[in-house]
Design a protein around this ligand. Structure first.
Ligand code: SAH
Length: 340
């Protein structure tokens, strides 16, 4: 079993079953995530028999780097997992430090029309260990400390709920990587029951919802998940989340030329949000992907859309573009690699 999938509680229980002091769990977390040991033999505070036992019970497996591409503010990595499946991660240099965009599944079943990831059907979920190991591998390769994590790579995090929650527990642990919960964002295409469940968790990160349209008909065309969870239900889930947390909800909106970028679409979005003050809109320029048939909106349309939302006193940001020259948008790295 890969050690990087173990939560602190699981490790404490493990030590208890061995008849050891459960406090060793914290020591092990420190060794794994702060000292970054690569072999259990390096844990000098544990006696030799315990180090051997750990080596028998657990592995310290990181994914293998297949290829890496860098531009001025982003670096993308293609990794091979133990079963040779490929996943991708993108490291972005932000003003506040390094942010990592991680994959949560091999492939994705959500089939969003504009997204490259949908071209590869879901093969399997990633384990919490594989998600944590992606992060450690990027830190090891770049020698950078990651301070922010967004689950916006390949896959639908809420279609892999348990492992994603375990991952959040592991990376936020104070004795470990200690990534603040405010700096961990789960992005979903709108899986209603999972949004509600997430809001009721004792420990959870931030929530982003890929909205992309405030109109059921258009949203169902762009995102088939909307047929199962239409906007009325989605907004009820958002209300439940807002009622149970003090957090905000980030609504992501890719501006697609002549599809969802008109003034009427902006008005419709403002109406959908209504007086939910903790809902914020993040406008995203579409990263044009090969043969997708979708195009980025012109800048004047983006600004017009932005201004209309502002007139409605909404909090709106336009996302800085990362990795556009690297084709780092969701699924693009793997798509490029597999067509070579
Ligand atoms: N399944 C989750 C997370 C993965 S997609 C979700 O739907 O939120 C992460 C984000 O990237 C989503 O908002 C998705 O809609 C967006 N995205 C996908 N392809 C894109 C592209 N070519 N350009 C810009 N954003 C894209």
């Amino acid at each position: 079993m890969n050690i990087y999938g173990q939560t602190l509680t699981q490790l404490e229980n493990y030590f208890t079953t061995l008849g050891e002091n459960p406090a060793k769990g914290k020591l092990l977390f420190r060794s794994l995530y702060q000292e970054k040991i690569t072999d259990f033999a390096q844990i000098s505070s544990f006696k030799a028999t315990l180090r051997c036992q750990l080596a028998k019970d657990f592995s310290l497996t990181l994914p293998k780097l297949v290829t890496q591409l860098t531009d001025h503010n982003a670096c993308k990595f293609l990794f091979a997992l133990e079963d040779s499946n490929l996943i991708e991660a993108v490291l972005m240099q932000q003003k506040f430090g390094f942010s990592l965009c991680l994959s949560t599944q091999v492939g994705c079943n959500m089939a969003c029309a504009f997204c490259q990831s949908g071209r590869f059907k879901k093969v399997r979920n990633l384990s919490a260990a594989e998600m944590t190991a992606q992060l450690l591998a990027v830190e090891q390769l770049t020698q950078n400390k990651i301070v922010n994590v967004v689950l916006m790579g390949i896959g639908e995090p809420f279609d892999n709920y348990e492992q994603v929650m375990a991952f959040i527990h592991i990376i936020s642990q104070a004795q470990g990587l200690s990534i603040g919960l405010r700096h961990i964002t789960v992005s979903t295409c709108g899986i209603v029951p999972a949004i509600i469940q997430y809001g009721h968790e004792p420990i959870h990160g931030q929530l982003a919802i890929s909205l992309h349209s405030a109109n059921d008909q258009l949203r169902s065309q762009l995102m088939p998940a909307n047929r199962r969870y239409p906007l009325s239900e989605l907004m009820l889930a958002v209300d439940d989340y807002l009622a149970h947390t003090r957090k905000k909800v980030m609504l992501e909106y890719i501006l697609l030329k002549d599809l969802n970028d008109s003034s009427a679409c902006a008005e419709e979005l403002a109406r959908l949000i209504g007086n939910r003050r903790r809902c914020q809109v993040n406008l995203i320029r579409y990263n044009e992907t090969q043969n997708s048939g979708f195009y980025a909106s012109d800048w004047d349309r983006c600004l017009n859309f932005y201004q209309i939302l502002k007139q409605h006193h909404l909090t709106v940001t336009i996302r800085r573009e990362f990795g556009a020259t690297l084709n780092a948008a969701c699924g693009q790295l793997r798509a490029d690699y597999e067509t070579i």
